[in-house]
Design a binder for this molecule. Structure first.
Ligand code: MTE
Length: 308
């Protein structure tokens, strides 16, 4: 009888997959290559995805088509189908006015900003206060990088962001009862948090107008209305002012707006969310699943007001 002696493979320690990654391999693969799994590869480059910040996802990426055809952009209308109207927005030579906290007021061009930052991609879950959600591969840079470049004085407590006011391009801005321009405010600690992101693209392409071209905020642990689009002004201040939505409906849209399944909107529950692509329902996660990252920003966790 002939015995064939099989060679036992000799694997070196450094070639063995980390146990943590092995045990969580499905989540890991979905988080990093959901684009490939759904067939939406669109210029998304696995090498520029910041893996550290993209792992909180256990869902498939939403397709480019759906991300860019289902939008909230009230300047252009109150329906989700505003992508055609939004094409009127002129985004060439975009400039942003910077002011406050003893900074002399200055205008900075988007081009200037882009010359000073390194772009990366991050896959974030995005949860609207209207109880729908999606998974977006953003391209952009950390907000803290921009703040460090602008270097506001240490008395800064809040950062305010404002969108354009151009009724000739954005027809709903002719409705004078809205407190235009759209405005949002966050604390300086939130603004400096590594998850706070400035997006200039999705799926590796320039951000579509309807998604907030050419530059918008993305705060994945908060309801989507905090993630202001098409930023034209940034102001550093030590006093808290009112946002667009707080002025319209203060009892429905709070300052903090941190995602929380336990705190219902006044008119609907926040316990579940609907994926805009599949229609599947998922239980809402506190801080939209980013609690490990951001809960420390809110040490008084039991205080319900931080979610409102
Ligand atoms: N920013 C401006 N300037 N105008 C808006 O109407 N809508 C907000 C937020 N930022 C809005 C805005 C709301 S309610 C949501 S849910 C998100 O943008 C929607 O972003 P999306 O259209 O890219 O999904």
């Amino acid at each position: 009888m002939i015995y064939i002696k099989k060679k036992i493979p000799q694997l070196k320690e450094n070639l063995v997959t980390n146990q943590n990654i092995f045990l969580n391999r499905r989540k890991f693969i979905l988080g990093l290559t959901g684009c490939v799994l759904t067939g939406n590869t669109h210029n998304l480059n696995a090498n520029t995805i910041n893996k550290k910040f993209s792992n909180a996802i256990n869902r498939k990426l939403t397709s480019y088509e759906n991300l860019s055809r289902y939008n909230n952009f009230f300047e252009f209308g109150t329906t989700k189908q505003i992508w055609k109207q939004a094409q009127k927005l002129r985004t060439q030579d975009w400039k942003i006015e910077i002011s406050g906290s003893n900074l002399s007021q200055k205008i900075i061009s988007l081009e200037d900003i882009l010359n000073k930052v390194n772009l990366e991609e991050r896959i974030y879950k995005f949860r609207c206060v209207e109880a729908w959600s999606m998974v977006v591969p953003w391209k952009g840079f950390e907000l803290s990088t921009l703040i460090n470049i602008l270097n506001p004085k240490s008395n800064t407590k809040y950062v305010e962001f404002e969108t354009f006011y151009r009724p000739n391009e954005a027809s709903n801005q002719k409705q004078s009862w809205y407190p235009w321009p759209y405005k949002e405010i966050i604390t300086i600690e939130e603004a400096l948090h590594p998850l706070s992101f400035i997006a200039t693209g999705i799926y590796g392409k320039p951000i579509p107008k309807q998604n907030g071209a050419p530059i918008r905020l993305v705060l994945p642990w908060k309801y989507g209305f905090k993630s202001i689009k098409s930023i034209k002004k940034i102001r550093f201040t030590d006093t808290k002012s009112k946002s667009f939505w707080q002025t319209i409906a203060p009892k429905e849209y709070g300052f903090w707006a941190n995602v929380n399944p336990k705190i219902p909107h006044r008119r609907w529950s926040q316990e579940y969310e609907r994926d805009i692509e599949t229609g599947n329902k998922f239980p809402t996660e506190k801080f939209n699943g980013y609690g490990d990252w951001v809960a420390s920003l809110y040490p008084n966790l039991e205080d319900q007001s931080i979610f409102y």
